[in-house]
Write a protein that binds this ligand. Structure first.
Ligand code: GLC
Length: 405
């Protein structure tokens, strides 16, 4: 498969999206991978909507409308909707039901406002914005209130899987796991957490205090960026009061991140009551570029010293999810090293925010090369380029939002 024009890329990607499309009554959604991930996932569907906004904008809207159809009364959007597919999850987490009947009871990265805004950019459909806005508002309000139990303006997660990076070494210390670990050890800990969270009925403030309370760096960056997108949406809908409050909330998180997460030129995830920094270098250190919370000078330092550093994040096929010089780095270890196209997409956007056009283009080129030569795989070995994990995996479709230039 060789792409020479944007139209060809869009055509191939849309074919994959159609292959992975499922319907349930009047709803339609896309599964990330037919064999490995046969349900609807929260942040995956946001990626799907962004991809589909380039292929068929009405499909993009339908993807998100099916996603918000299972919103909880308290506003949470669950990380998985099973629809009519048999449960439980068929591969690794065999017996996990995540506490719910039709959905899981944990959430995932809150990037839905960005996805909605991308859709609006394509066709300026004001009616779609108006239809989905109340759901978005309810979701972000839930995160701002229930996931900030102490009112300190940092958003907490109650399980590593809520970050979307299930076994990332960012969670080793809070989970009391060593840097070198087996997949089984990680899964056992996360399963135990699900059991513990069931005992507090998945009530986030209680669960966070008792079992696992991480203020994850990308999650908070996504909040800042998405509150700014929600701000834009409220502006378009002429919801003045909402717009002002949303803008203030984004600013408060930004300030709290600076106070609690920043040290020695880098932002870190923090955990527990006393905000201990988790100083493990993962791609998360670049998430602030995406949120636009760095000064130009800080961004330049980050890119020069860390992103373009061959000993850290610039092997042959960047961007590895974990720095090469971390003891936990494992080039084939799922979220412990491999290159994932969605992560490349976040950093790509972040680089453009700060004017690093050539580096962004290079990330597009590498992402495109990996997909062209290895297919739509879930991850890639950052040193050899080998395709890893699920097949027919949708996230590679994000290249339609990156180029060609
Ligand atoms: C895995 C990934 C998660 C993703 C899901 C479906 O659990 O870690 O980020 O949402 O698969 O693709």
């Amino acid at each position: 498969m060789k792409y020479s024009s944007k139209d060809e890329i869009i055509k191939t990607v849309y074919e994959l999206m159609l292959k992975n499309r499922r319907t349930a009554g009047s709803y339609q959604y896309t599964v990330p991978s037919p064999q490995t991930y046969p349900y609807q996932w929260l942040w995956d569907s946001c990626f799907h909507a962004i991809i589909l906004s380039h292929c068929n904008v009405e499909d993009a809207k339908k993807e998100l409308l099916s996603l918000v159809s299972h919103q909880f009364d308290n506003g949470m959007l669950p990380h998985m909707i099973y629809w009519e597919q048999p449960r439980p999850f068929g591969t690794l987490l065999t017996d996990v039901t995540w506490g719910g009947k039709d959905t899981s009871t944990i959430t995932q990265p809150p990037i839905i406002a960005d996805a909605v805004l991308k859709i609006y950019e394509q066709d300026q459909d004001w009616h779609f914005l108006k239809e989905i806005y109340p759901k978005l508002k309810k979701f972000y309000k839930y995160l701002l209130i229930d996931r900030d139990a102490r009112g300190n303006h940092l958003i907490g997660i109650i399980n590593p899987d809520e970050s979307g990076e299930d076994n990332s070494p960012r969670f080793d210390i809070p989970l009391k796991l060593p840097a070198i670990q087996t997949t089984t050890e990680s899964i056992e800990k996360r399963l135990k957490l699900v059991e513990e969270n069931k005992t507090c009925n998945f009530d986030a403030p209680k669960c966070m205090k008792n079992f696992f309370w991480v203020k994850d760096l990308p999650y908070n960056c996504f909040m800042v960026k998405n509150l700014l997108s929600l701000y834009q949406i409220a502006k378009i809908l002429k919801l003045e009061e909402d717009r002002i409050i949303i803008g203030q909330q984004a600013e408060l998180i930004k300030q709290a991140m600076r106070t609690n997460m920043y040290e020695d030129g880098l932002y870190w995830s923090v955990f527990g009551l006393d905000y201990k920094k988790i100083k493990v270098k993962t791609w998360a250190i670049f998430a602030p570029l995406y949120a636009g919370i760095l000064s130009q000078q800080e961004a330049e330092y980050l890119v020069d010293q860390h992103l373009l550093n061959k000993k850290e994040f610039w092997p042959k096929y960047p961007i590895p999810t974990v720095s090469l010089d971390e003891p936990s780095f494992d080039p084939q270890g799922y979220w412990r090293g491999p290159t994932w196209i969605a992560i490349n997409w976040f950093v790509f956007q972040g680089l453009l925010n700060y004017g690093f056009k050539d580096i962004a283009k290079e990330i597009y080129r590498i992402s495109n090369y990996l997909i062209e030569t290895k297919g739509f795989r879930e991850q890639f070995d950052p040193q050899t380029g080998e395709g890893l994990g699920a097949q027919d995996f949708t996230w590679g479709g994000l290249i339609v939002d990156m180029g060609p230039h």
